[in-house]
Design a protein around this ligand. Structure first.
Ligand SMILES: Cc1cc2nc3c(=O)[nH]c(=O)nc-3n(C[C@H](O)[C@H](O)[C@H](O)COP(=O)(O)O)c2cc1C
Length: 194
């Protein structure tokens, strides 16, 4: 499998989600899979959807686009096509203020594209990304994953499902600020069974 790895913690060496994504990556590589692309969403400083002009670029024919709109579409196309081309994903998604980090949300806004990752049909939207597998590493400090204030796992499950990605494995290290060892051990146990 060609894997796209996505990190989204602002923390570097001390990041728990990066550490666990590394362990998972080693496991998947040992099974013959390859990381073919990598995105570090906090350090890449993605250009956001920005403003109305940039958002309207998606609905403007190429010949009528301004230079700013061409730039908006090109940046989004690059990310969305790269995402669509992967067979599998490692997504490291730490919880910050009950949701995903701003970097991951920005990325999601850029890869969610009609005609590339989903389409509108008369009966509603349909995901275009089929036969993909997603491994999502979720870390939290004090919020239990699965609780009513966990807006990371249901959000990512919904978003990935919207794109057609329904084979999703969550690798959870929650409550790491309460008991770091226990959280990491729980996640590593899931990785050991992959
Ligand atoms: C700004 C900030 C906001 C956070 N918000 C939450 C939160 O809402 N719930 C929670 O359980 N942990 C929260 N945490 C703790 C992180 O989820 C925890 O430190 C986790 O290890 C983050 O993953 P990382 O180490 O890969 O960055 C927050 C930490 C920071 C720095």
């Amino acid at each position: 499998m060609n894997i796209l790895r996505i990190d989204s913690s602002p923390r570097g060496a001390s990041s728990v989600s990066r550490e666990l994504a590394d362990v998972l990556q080693q496991k998947l590589e040992a099974q013959g899979n390859t990381i073919t692309a990598q995105r570090d969403l906090y350090y890449e400083a993605l250009v956001t959807l920005g403003n109305e002009d940039r958002v309207n670029a998606y609905f403007t024919p190429p010949e009528a686009q301004t230079d700013v709109q061409k730039d908006a579409v090109a940046g989004s196309n690059e990310l969305a096509i790269e995402f669509a081309n992967a067979d599998a994903y490692i997504i490291a998604a730490p919880m910050y203020n009950f949701g995903v980090t701003a970097g991951l949300k920005t990325y999601i806004d850029l890869i969610s594209r009609a005609g590339i990752s989903f389409n509108y049909l008369p009966e509603g939207p349909i995901g275009l990304l089929k036969n993909k597998k997603a491994y999502v590493v979720v870390t939290t400090g004090g919020t239990p994953v699965g609780s009513e204030v966990d807006f990371v796992t249901p959000y990512l499950k919904t978003f990935l499902g919207f794109l057609g990605i329904t084979d999703v494995i969550f690798i959870v290290a929650d409550l790491v600020n309460v008991n770091l060892e226990e959280g990491i051990a729980k996640a590593k146990d899931v990785i050991s069974k992959i």
